[in-house]
Design a protein around this ligand. Structure first.
Ligand code: PEP
Ligand code: MG
Length: 567
């Protein structure tokens, strides 16, 4: 049995699908023309087929304009000119099909890359993509593509990018296991919002398993069992059934308020990555959206930053979907582990400490303004709260707000309707901001504590690093004190304080957070009902006493022991 971190709860039993890019060592060989031409022909057919399949799966989660990329690829895979160039080389030089394809591909790529026009230059990436697939098909090597999976599997990979995770089809991807990553890596967060069981940080898993092995994924306890006995499979199928039943039972709390036994009411909201996730939040009894991570809109976009209308439509859909309940939309948080296909960030030694989030937006105000305009235009469709990520200083918050106010004034003077009920808040995810929370609270309408980053920066422990993942200690008294400072700072000025980091959905943390006075807990939709069950079964006054004791303890272990004693 292998151990890892349970990143998204659930239990699955299925065969392994290894996500590894094939390595092609293409050599020039003399070959039989007829055989090579036949290989080429069937590889072209398979390539077209593959791309059609990818497009079909992607069409369930991507918008029409985002699917255009697949049409461009299909056009290329069906291009008689490309095929005849390769055929000519096979006929004239008597070489093998993969070598001829590589030569023609290299030539085409260098032509595209030398062109002046940006758009045409970017087509080089499409040529590479399509011809790589073609060469793999000639060589009989499968390109793993998550979108084309059509039987139940558990995906095993070194890591999954957020976009890999986004293209997982829930029907067949029963779970995933990765070698790296922690509970708060973005692929883990995506897994929770897609409700796919996931265990991350499993060292050596890629060595341990081969394609097709049977796997038990226990993403409740963070365990992976390779090629289990039939007895073990039966036990886990039983556990999966119990897990499903417990989830079903919690559904009774869906329309109930989140209120402690002695009457302290809080709001339990959901974190989303796209407007489509709103349904999941409502299905799970969410009382709002506490975090819309807008960067996924930017990451999905193929060749440029998404324009104002595209963004407007997404924000409007989320607001309308929540039917007047609050929707907290975070402005672009890019950088760190979140990259864009169409934009190259400056190389930095420590990207998590570099140009990320609001820092990027304040350097690229053109991009920031487009997003703010889209948000302001969408504001009339519901209850909008906007927040800025990675605020370290009061000046940064003021600068971001100034740009916001400028765009708001501009829109109003253009005669565009803007809600007069928008709240503008600040994420507290850098220790400096937590320490200065009472000053920030004078100028912000609300706070939302991003514990994933707050813990990473307080402990100086990269959230992507498995060896230092032991420093992810949400219940360490040091972290609890920063949280208390933030909540107290907000309340001193009559503002509300939420939390949208993973800690908000942590069952062990809920009693302490209630006791510290947190007003809103925003988490993966699937955690909401369990959190409600906990809040509804405890006393606020008891939890205040508990929280005060926890703040004085020496370490996380003592805090956990204290919570367990009291529940
Ligand atoms: C956080 O840092 O806690 C947070 C919610 O933001 P993200 O995980 O997207 O960095
Ligand atoms: Mg963050």
């Amino acid at each position: 049995m292998l151990k890892g971190i349970a990143a998204s709860q659930g239990i699955a039993v299925a065969n392994v699908y290894k996500l590894e890019q094939p390595v092609l060592n293409i050599e020039k060989k003399e070959a039989n023309k007829e055989e090579e031409l036949a290989k080429l022909d069937s590889a072209f057919k398979k390539t077209v087929n593959d791309i059609e399949k990818i497009k079909e799966v992607a069409s369930k989660s991507l918008a029409e304009e985002e699917l255009a990329i697949f049409d461009a690829h299909l056009l290329m895979a069906n291009d008689p000119e490309l095929k005849s160039q390769i055929e000519d080389m096979i006929n004239n030089d008597g070489v093998n099909a993969e070598y001829a394809t590589e030569q023609v591909a290299n030539m085409m790529v260098s032509i595209f890359e030398s062109l002046e026009d940006d758009y045409m230059r970017e087509r080089a990436a499409d040529v590479k993509d399509v011809t790589f697939r073609l060469m793999c098909n000639i060589c009989g090597k499968e390109i793993p593509n998550l979108a084309t999976i059509d039987k139940p599997v558990i995906v095993v990979a070194k890591d999954l990018t957020p976009s890999d995770t986004a293209s997982l089809n829930k029907e067949y991807a029963k779970g995933f296991v990765t070698e790296i990553g922690g509970r708060t890596s973005h692929s883990a967060i995506m897994a929770r919002s897609l409700e796919i069981p996931a265990v991350v940080g499993v060292t050596g898993i890629l060595e341990e398993v081969k394609e097709g092995d049977e796997l038990v994924l226990d993403a409740v306890n963070g365990e992976v069992i390779v090629n289990p006995s039939q007895e073990t499979i039966d036990v886990y199928n039983q556990k999966a059934e119990e897990f499903r039943k417990e989830k079903e039972a919690l559904k009774a709390l869906k329309d109930k308020p989140s209120i402690s036994l002695d009457g302290r009411e809080v709001s339990l909201a959901g974190n989303i990555g796209s407007p489509a996730d709103v349904e999941g939040v409502k299905d799970n009894g969410g009382e709002g959206v506490g975090l819309f991570r807008t960067e996924f809109l930017y990451m999905k976009s193929e060749d440029d930053f998404p324009d104002e209308d595209t963004q407007f439509a997404a924000y409007r859909d989320a607001l309308e979907g929540m039917e007047g309940k609050p929707v907290v939309i975070r402005t672009l948080d890019i950088g760190g582990d979140k990259k864009l296909n169409y934009y190259t960030f400056e190389e930095e030694m420590n990207p998590f400490l570099g140009v990320r989030a609001v820092r990027f937006c304040l350097m690229r105000k053109d991009i920031f303004r487009t997003q703010l305009r889209a948000l302001l235009r969408a504001s009339v469709y519901g209850k909008l709260c906007i927040m800025f990520p990675m605020i370290a200083t009061l000046d940064e918050f003021r600068s971001a707000k100034e740009v916001y106010n400028e765009e708001k004034d501009k829109l109003i003077s253009e005669g565009v309707k803007v809600s007069d009920d928008i709240e503008v808040g600040c994420m507290i995810e850098i220790p400096a901001a937590a320490v200065l929370a009472d000053n920030l609270a004078k100028e912000a309408d609300f706070f939302s504590i991003g514990t994933n980053d707050l813990i990473q920066y307080s402990m100086a422990a990269d959230r992507m690093s498995q060896p230092v993942s032991y420093l992810y200690q949400p219940l360490n008294p040091s972290i609890l004190r920063l949280i208390k400072m933030t909540i107290d700072g907000a309340h001193k000025h009559g503002k509300w304080c939420g939390m949208c980091g993973e800690m908000a959905g942590d069952e062990m943390a809920a009693p302490v957070l209630l006791g510290l006075g947190l007003d809103e807990f925003s988490m993966s939709a699937t955690s909401i009902l369990k959190a409600r069950q906990i809040i509804n079964s405890i006393n606020y006054s008891d939890m205040q006493v508990l929280a005060n004791k926890a703040l004085e303890l020496d370490n996380e272990e003592e805090v956990i022991a204290l919570i367990k004693e009291n529940l």
